[in-house]
Design a protein around this ligand. Structure first.
Ligand code: ADP
Length: 320
């Protein structure tokens, strides 16, 4: 039997990461290319675990864009939803974690191809075939991509897909925190599954205390499941009927990039064909243990895409 399709919508870009660790961008003498972008990472997280995924988004018709499309294809991600922009170039980011602990970012996005996806370019047939439609927030920032995002979400919903949202606030592309909050909240009540990190929960509630009350303040009537990831502390889950937490795995974390994408991709791959899991706590906890295992494995290797686990990797950690 064919597995259900997970369509992941949004950006894909290349992170240039310094070859030495702890340096500022200005100090770096060389960079490594790390393909990423949360929605693309999620699509690959799904296929690496044996699921079916498609990526919908736009790349530049340039060397980097074709390299990224190739990475999706090599990983078994369906490419019929990828558009190439004739004018604008593929998004690029220069990212470093400085020795003072701060992340420094520089973006090539003025605008980049990913922000230029138009509603009329969407592959609606592909989107209508999704069992789960997953998306982030960066595509909400400017037109025409915002309209494309809203349309894709609506078409997927009408066709019966489950809507899954990860705001992914890490990339500081908004002009202000208020703008970020407003845009995220403008689509908040559409999603049926939402995954936020503890940092995002704090940002969205503007409340420093991370507890059940602050999480539940974000609840809305269409929501079936709210997931809060807590890094090495695992995750918390909230549904209409029950809530609780699932512990993380004890691993030697070297780079947490992509852990959240791995977590949500793994989660979606396990519920796409049977959404009754969302209503049964014991089964939900089992799936979250699997997702925590996948997140943990992703932290044990550098980069996001190279560190996403296979089903064998995940089951091996679960057996230990
Ligand atoms: P995000 O990448 O969105 O900030 P987290 O860092 O919370 O998300 O990671 C997502 C999941 O990955 C966590 O819920 C956890 O299961 C796993 N994880 C992340 N960091 C670690 C860690 N240091 N040790 C073990 N598991 C981790």
């Amino acid at each position: 039997l064919d597995k259900g399709l997970i369509v992941s919508f949004g950006e894909m870009l290349i992170d240039f990461v310094p070859t030495q660790s702890g340096v500022s961008l200005a100090e770096s003498t060389g960079f490594l290319k790390a393909p990423g972008g949360a929605p693309a990472n999620v699509a690959i997280a799904v296929t690496r675990l044996g699921g079916r995924a498609a990526f919908v988004g736009k790349l530049g018709d340039d060397e980097f864009g074709h390299m990224l499309a190739g990475i999706l294809r090599e990983n078994g991600v369906e490419d019929k939803g990828i558009n190439f922009d004739k004018g604008a170039r593929t998004a690029l980011a220069f990212v470093t974690l400085r020795s003072d602990g701060d992340r420094e970012f520089m973006f090539y996005r003025n605008p980049s191809a990913d922000m230029l996806l138009r509603p009329d370019e969407l592959n609606l047939e592909l989107i209508r075939s999704a069992k789960v439609f997953h998306y982030g927030s960066i595509s909400l920032i400017t037109e025409p991509c915002r309209s494309a995002h809203l349309k894709a979400m609506e078409v997927a919903k009408e066709a019966g897909a489950l809507l899954s949202y990860d705001p992914n606030l890490r990339e500081p592309l908004w002009s202000s925190p208020e703008e970020a909050r407003t845009q995220i909240m403008s689509i908040w009540d559409k999603a049926e599954i939402i995954k936020v990190s503890d940092v995002e929960l704090e940002f969205l509630t503007q409340n420093k205390t991370i507890d059940d009350e602050s999480a539940m303040s974000l609840w809305h009537p269409n929501l079936k499941l709210l997931l809060v990831t807590l890094g090495e502390k695992g995750c918390r889950y909230y549904t209409k009927g029950f809530h609780g937490s699932v512990e993380a795995f004890d691993v030697n974390a070297v780079d947490t990039t992509g852990a959240g994408d791995s977590f949500i991709g793994a989660f979606l791959s396990q519920i796409v064909d049977d959404q009754t899991v969302l209503e049964e706590e014991e089964r939900l906890r089992k799936v979250l243990r699997f997702a925590n295992a996948c997140g943990a494995i992703t932290t044990t290797k550098k980069g996001a895409i190279p560190a996403l686990p296979s089903e064998y990797d995940a089951l091996s950690l679960l057996k230990d």
